[in-house]
Design a protein around this ligand. Structure first.
Ligand SMILES: O=P(O)(O)OC[C@H]1O[C@](O)(COP(=O)(O)O)[C@@H](O)[C@@H]1O
Length: 375
């Protein structure tokens, strides 16, 4: 450490000359790089600037009104990020008043309700959303005054909220389709994943990260709280073709079908195609588990019919496929599946292409019957 001693004062000004703790480094050059990296010397690429650039570069592909839509998603996710961080302080943890359940029969947390309201509010005000469909609501709705608007947005406002009181990472998941004004709100929301024009998620963890695809690659933006913007940190990420980990609730093993039991056993012992022994990484929060898998490769899965095709499976699968991975129901390509119901639940397998192909080759990997568990 070559700088002045902590607490040292400049002889001429008397001001504190101690460098910021994070800039305590080994050389003058490193110190000056460290200090300047804390200043805004270059205008970074932001979520909004990149969305505008992609929309202009791909005319005629339904992205004409995407910037106000992305701005609304961004505003909502910033708000939810703040809520999640402050929930315990603000007394916003716990079950929603009345101990309510959502349309899917899950217990609703206070934060589920507030996050849902925030998303609906920002999206409706964007003026470009015709239909809103939320996992927390019974039915999709047409936004009043927006009958001519271009988009349908499906979303899970706060996935993993059952863990929120323990400060475990959570996320917002969203998918965007083109609206057909001749169809009902419900029909508009029942589109297969291969018709998405945009989709992604926001992860609320040690940092707040937005991962999004507008149909040409998957990009990662991190919320810079000083700047108040999501800043591009990774453009067009590529999932490893194969990973070294799997992610699922292993306590359910006695209820698995034989194909899945064999697959996991082979991954543990190195008897699979790669010959490697895999690790288990499971947070029990879909966004966090898929985010890890997106970067490290492998498979994130929920073999029972628990996750919703429309609100969770398709948008997450879209991001994974746009990064070169594969989204599967264990029996078929997830994004090609026509949803039969707005709250339809399906077995979900998202991951590296080689890992998912290998998993599918085991045959019966879906835990059918939707057994209920207490937790
Ligand atoms: O109980 P399981 O089957 O392990 O499911 C855990 C999964 O449920 C989720 O909490 C989603 O459920 P909710 O949509 O009801 O919040 C995921 O985040 C997580 O991956």
């Amino acid at each position: 450490f070559l700088g002045p001693a902590p607490g040292a004062r400049s002889p001429s000004t008397g001001r504190d000359r101690t460098p910021a703790a994070s800039c305590v480094v080994m050389s003058d050059q490193q110190q000056s790089t460290c200090r300047s990296s804390r200043l805004l010397t270059d205008a970074p690429a932001t979520l909004i600037s990149e969305a505008g650039r992609e929309a202009r570069g791909r005319p005629g592909q339904g992205l004409e009104d995407i910037v106000p839509l992305v701005a609304a998603l961004e505003a909502a996710c910033k708000g939810i990020s703040m809520l999640v961080r402050r929930a315990a302080i603000a007394g916003a943890t716990g079950v929603a008043s009345g101990g309510g359940q959502n349309a899917g029969g899950d217990e609703q947390k206070k934060l589920d309700v507030v996050s849902n309201d925030l998303l609906k509010g920002f999206l409706a005000r964007s003026g470009v959303v015709r239909v809103l469909a939320s996992e927390e609501e019974d039915e999709p709705v047409v936004v009043e005054g927006n009958h001519d608007a271009r988009y349908v947005v499906v979303f899970d406002p706060l996935d993993g909220s059952s863990n929120i009181d323990a400060s475990i990472p959570t996320g917002t998941i969203f998918g965007v389709y083109l609206a057909d004004p001749s169809k009902s709100a419900r029909e508009n929301a029942l589109q297969p994943g291969n018709k998405l024009v945009a989709g992604g998620y926001c992860l609320y963890s040690s940092s707040t990260v937005m991962v999004i695809s507008l149909g040409e690659g998957t990009h990662v933006f991190q919320l810079d709280r000083d700047l108040g913007e999501f800043v591009l940190t990774k453009h067009s990420i590529k999932m490893p073709a194969r990973g070294r980990s799997y992610s699922l609730n292993e306590a359910r093993e006695p209820d698995w079908p034989d194909g899945l039991k064999q697959y996991i056993s082979d991954m543990k012992t190195g008897a699979g195609q790669s010959g490697e022994r895999y690790d288990l990484v499971y947070v029990c929060s879909l966004v966090a588990d898929v985010h890890y898998t997106l970067f490290e490769g492998g498979v994130a899965m929920n073999p029972r019919s628990h996750l919703r095709l429309v609100y969770e499976g398709n948008p997450m699968g879209w991001v994974v496929e746009q990064a070169g991975g594969r989204a599967s129901t264990g029996a078929a390509a997830m994004l090609d599946k026509e949803p039969s119901d707005i709250h339809e639940r399906i077995p979900t397998f998202l991951g590296s292409e080689e890992d998912i192909l290998e998993l599918e080759s085991y045959g019966d990997v879906q835990q059918l019957g939707n057994k209920k568990y207490a937790a």
